[in-house]
Design a protein around this ligand. Structure first.
Ligand code: BV8
Ligand code: ZN
Length: 248
């Protein structure tokens, strides 16, 4: 893979190889090579609705059927695709560094399907629903249309964090502790725009951690990251694991 090897700084390889506490933050870009539409990419549009418009309590209030159809469609898409080398390389890194935390903004669970275990899904997951009345959680199978609660009959909603909603404080705290105490943080496939996730890398920088950004395009973090490798996450992360830890 001409080119990628040269783009990965030697210091990044040394620091990763010697890392005691590794954290990784991922976004939609790591699932792009699996065929999952990203949020802000041109492929994110659904029925002429911007994801940011549909992923809100207001949209659900106004048209719960439309919002549920979008989540059923996204769940179907991710069940028809497979994890890609980015997911597998991240699962491999978990085996190589004693203290490891994966923080994902993705709700597609492709990391779990690739074998990742120590994972914080800070924005929830597509495969469960939560009751708006009694907060019961239910696994989603072949559901279509509106989903009602088997416990109280209430209307259920996707078990994700919508814009304008707070994240689970325990998960968020664990995420900031993991990134803020890491000696190496990889930030992969995220536009680093959505808060509070976009602040995690700065916690690592403040702690003197090495922050390696891997993304197709520059982001607001690019100017501050210790190093940025522009490229496809699947190719770059596979090469990075190879250079740092040898054949898998
Ligand atoms: C909150 C779950 C407290 C649902 C998601 C003004 C200033 C600052 C903040 C705000 C503000 N106004 C509002 C806010 C708060 C808001 C926010 O940050 N808005 C942004 C847009 C400015 N945040 C919130 O609302 C959060 N809650 O703050 O609560 C509060 C409460 C009340 C009022 C105020 C505050 C909740 C945020 C979570 C929302 N839920 N997802 C669902 O998925 O349906 S966010 C969702 O969008 C994703 O989870 C992810 O986090 C984000 C998308 O970002 P990315 O994953 O980065 O994807 P994106 O498409 O943007 O980029 C992909 C990148 O990959 C690109 O850079 C591309 O170049 C790259 N790429 C593509 N292919 C590849 C690749 N890279 C490598 N390889 C490839 N092959
Ligand atoms: Zn209920």
């Amino acid at each position: 893979m001409a080119g990628i090897k040269e783009n990965i700084p030697d210091e990044a390889i040394q620091r990763l190889r010697g890392a005691k506490r590794l954290a990784i933050l991922t976004g939609a870009g790591v699932s792009a090579e699996s065929g999952v539409p990203t949020f802000r990419g041109k492929d994110g549009l659904w029925k002429n609705h911007l994801p940011q418009q549909l992923a809100t309590p207001q949209a659900f209030e106004k048209d719960p059927e439309l919002v549920w159809d979008w989540y059923h469609w996204r769940r179907k898409v991710v069940l028809e695709v497979l994890p890609n080398p980015a997911h597998y390389s991240i699962a491999e890194l978990e085996k190589r560094v004693p203290d490891f935390t994966l923080i994902t903004q993705n709700v597609d669970r492709l990391h779990l399907r690739a074998g990742s275990e120590r994972i914080l899904e800070i924005h929830g997951d597509l495969h469960h629903a939560r009751c708006g009345e009694c907060s019961a959680i239910a696994a989603l199978e072949e559901h279509q249309g509106l989903v009602t609660c088997d416990i109280c009959g209430g209307l259920m909603r996707p078990n994700v964090v919508w814009f304008g909603e707070s994240l689970d404080v325990r998960l968020l705290e664990q995420a900031f502790i993991a990134s803020g105490s890491s000696d190496f943080l990889i930030v992969a496939g995220t536009s680093n725009v959505v808060q509070p996730a976009a602040s995690l890398a700065y916690a690592a920088l403040e702690n003197g951690g090495y922050v390696l950004e891997v993304n197709l395009d520059p982001t607001p973090l690019t100017g501050s990251a210790t190093a940025t490798v522009l490229g496809h996450a699947g190719e770059v992360l596979e090469e990075l694991v190879l250079l740092a830890f040898g054949e898998q």
